[in-house]
Design a protein around this ligand. Structure first.
Ligand SMILES: [Zn+2]
Length: 204
C-alpha cells in the first residue's frame, strides 16, 4: 500500500458539518472540558498552539489523556505542574497521523486561558483552538502544515465570517504567559500555503 497516496486521500477530505460542528475524517475523542459559547457568539478567530507531553516528546497518548482528564499524573515528574488542569482544544494535529477532534467547533473549548485579541478578552469565547504537537524550537512537520491548511480552509468554508486576518498564536493573545507555537512555527509558510489553497477553484 502506498502510504503517501493514503495520506493524501485522508487530507483532501476535511469538511465541517455545520449542524454538528464536527469535522469528517477527524478522529472524534470527545473532551468533557467544553461548554456552550456565550449566546450569539460564533467562532471568529483561529488560535494556533503547540503542545507536547512530556515536553519535547512526540507520539505518545498524553495529550489525548490530558484533554480527556485521564492523564496519569504519576508517570512523569512534569505532570505534577499540570495536575488537575481542565483543558482542551477543538483539534489536535500530531506530528504524523490523523487529526483528532475533542470539541465541536460551535462549542467552547478551554485552550486560551486569560487572553486578549485586538482588545477583546477571553478568546475561548470566540475562537477555535488548534494544537500542533511540537515545541517552540523544533520545526513542525510537513504533514502538520498540510493538514493545518486543509483544516483551516474547511473552517473558512463553514464560517464565512472567519478569514486569514483572524489567525493568531497563543503567544499573541497571552503574550506574558505563553510562547507557543513558538519561533519554530513558520507563519509565512502557513499564510502562503493557505492563500494558495483558499484562492484555488473548488469542486465541491
Ligand atoms: Zn497554547
Amino acid at each position: 500500500m502506498d502510504i503517501g497516496i493514503l495520506n493524501l486521500e485522508i487530507c483532501t477530505n476535511y469538511i465541517v458539518n455545520p449542524d454538528t460542528g464536527l469535522i469528517n475524517s477527524a478522529v472524534q475523542v470527545p473532551s468533557p472540558n467544553q461548554d456552550a459559547r456565550p449566546q450569539g457568539v460564533k467562532p471568529e478567530l483561529i488560535l494556533i498552539h503547540g503542545i507536547s507531553l512530556p515536553p519535547g516528546e512526540f507520539g505518545g497518548a498524553a495529550v489525548k489523556s490530558l484533554f480527556t482528564n485521564s492523564l496519569d499524573w504519576t508517570t512523569h515528574p512534569y505532570y505534577t505542574q499540570i495536575k488537575d488542569l481542565l483543558v482542551s482544544a477543538h483539534l489536535f494535529i500530531p506530528r504524523q497521523g490523523q487529526v483528532v477532534q475533542f470539541v465541536p467547533l460551535d462549542r467552547r473549548a478551554w485552550h486560551a486561558g486569560k487572553s486578549s485579541f485586538q482588545g477583546r478578552e477571553s478568546c475561548n469565547d470566540f475562537s477555535i483552538g488548534i494544537e500542533l504537537e511540537g515545541t517552540d524550537e523544533v520545526p513542525y512537520t510537513d504533514e502538520q502544515y498540510t493538514r493545518l491548511i486543509l483544516i483551516v480552509d474547511a473552517i473558512f468554508d463553514a464560517y464565512p465570517e472567519m478569514s486569514i486576518r483572524k489567525i493568531a498564536g497563543h503567544c499573541d493573545v497571552s503574550p506574558r504567559r505563553k510562547t507557543d507555537p513558538g519561533p519554530a512555527f513558520d507563519w509565512l509558510r502557513m499564510y502562503d500555503e493557505l492563500k494558495t489553497r483558499v484562492e484555488a477553484p473548488k469542486n465541491k
